[in-house]
Design a protein. Structure first.
Ligand code: FAD
Length: 293
């Protein structure tokens, strides 16, 4: 890593849906590329709902940043054949790394497909492309909402590693102890892959609260109460959010986290402020506004 931190950084984005969203996305990606990320990752809608969007966005980022671009791929709702075609397409595009997931089908959307779990997808990728891809999988320091207990959750990560995963990226969390206890548990079960914490910036409350309920991430009461009390004061939310996430990142780095994976939500302002607070200086490289078409 050459970003000035003791760990790598990576940025997760989603495929923009409108022309305006695309223009904003390019500006964001360009701004973030100056912080020397290990990679940008691009989310994938479960059941293939944003499949084309993911391809296009991977392409756009490859051309715009010349960096390592990592598509997410979720297996739920797709057939073995569809998944194999996608994997082969990525290989032919020079993609070297994939985040392999199960995904969640939106309610009312079709069949769950041939594969039930992310471990099946990891195995499929290994079966069709050997060691070509670096495979990341999801990990849950606060336990996946459909898992019964910590042990089952850790055993699931172990299954994904045994199927061939090289590393894991976590669901976001706001309590660093959740991550450190999780690492200890994983080590006890013989999981040796790097587990990179996912970092969610706090820039608003309502959506964050709704999403956290869905994905099982806890917003600690002391954070929740303050965010509620700020109401529509986005400046106050931003200042508080920046401070909270800065201290979280500091603790994670001090505790030896192998990386920080930022959920950018296609916005760069808080992420760049965080990185600069962490002493990651941007480089000005050959990319510039003229590159944005
Ligand atoms: P799995 O690892 O398959 O686990 C799902 C559930 O099944 C867990 O409860 C697990 O305990 C259980 N389970 C697994 N195997 C077995 C078994 N053999 N027997 C019994 N139970 C089992 N979603 C998207 O749609 N698109 C994305 O781009 C996306 N990106 C993500 C990126 C990250 C870093 C993370 C953390 C999540 C992302 N998600 C994405 C969300 C993810 O798809 C959901 O959390 C989903 O509910 C679980 O996916 P998984 O890959 O963890 O599934």
């Amino acid at each position: 890593m050459n970003n000035g931190l003791a760990c790598q950084i990576s940025f997760e984005c989603f495929p923009p849906k409108t022309e305006a969203g695309l223009a904003n996305f390019k500006t964001t990606a360009l701004a973030l590329s100056h912080y020397r990320p290990d990679f940008f990752s691009v989310t994938f809608g479960a059941g293939g709902s944003t499949r084309d969007g993911t391809f296009c966005t991977v392409n756009t980022l490859q051309q715009l940043t010349n960096m390592n671009i990592v598509p997410h791929l979720s297996c739920i709702g797709l057939t073995r054949e569809q998944l194999a075609t996608i994997v082969q397409q990525y290989q032919s595009m020079g993609v070297k790394r994939i985040v392999a997931l199960r995904g969640d089908l939106p309610s009312g959307m079709g069949q769950s497909g041939e594969f039930q779990f992310a471990s099946d997808l990891v195995k499929l990728i290994r079966d069709i492309s050997g060691d070509y891809f670096h495979i990341d999988v999801a990990a849950y320091p606060e336990i996946h909402p459909q898992t019964r207990n910590v042990r089952d959750d850790i055993l699931n990560l172990k299954r994904k590693c045994e199927a061939g995963a090289d590393s894991a990226i976590t669901q976001y969390f706001f309590n660093p102890d959740a991550y450190f206890y999780y690492l200890d548990d994983c080590a006890r079960y013989g999981i040796a892959v790097p587990i990179v914490p996912g970092i969610m910036p706090i820039t608003q409350f309502t959506k964050l609260s709704r999403f956290s309920n869905l994905c099982g991430a806890e917003i600690p009461l002391w954070i929740r109460k303050r965010l509620e009390s700020f109401g529509d004061d986005i400046d106050a939310i931003y200042a508080f959010g920046l401070e909270v996430i800065y201290h979280l990142c500091e603790r994670l780095i001090a505790g030896g986290a192998p990386g920080l994976h930022f959920y950018t939500l296609n916005k760069s302002t808080m992420i760049t402020a965080l990185l600069e607070a962490l002493n990651v200086a941007p480089i000005s490289n050959s990319l510039n506004a003229a590159t944005i078409k």
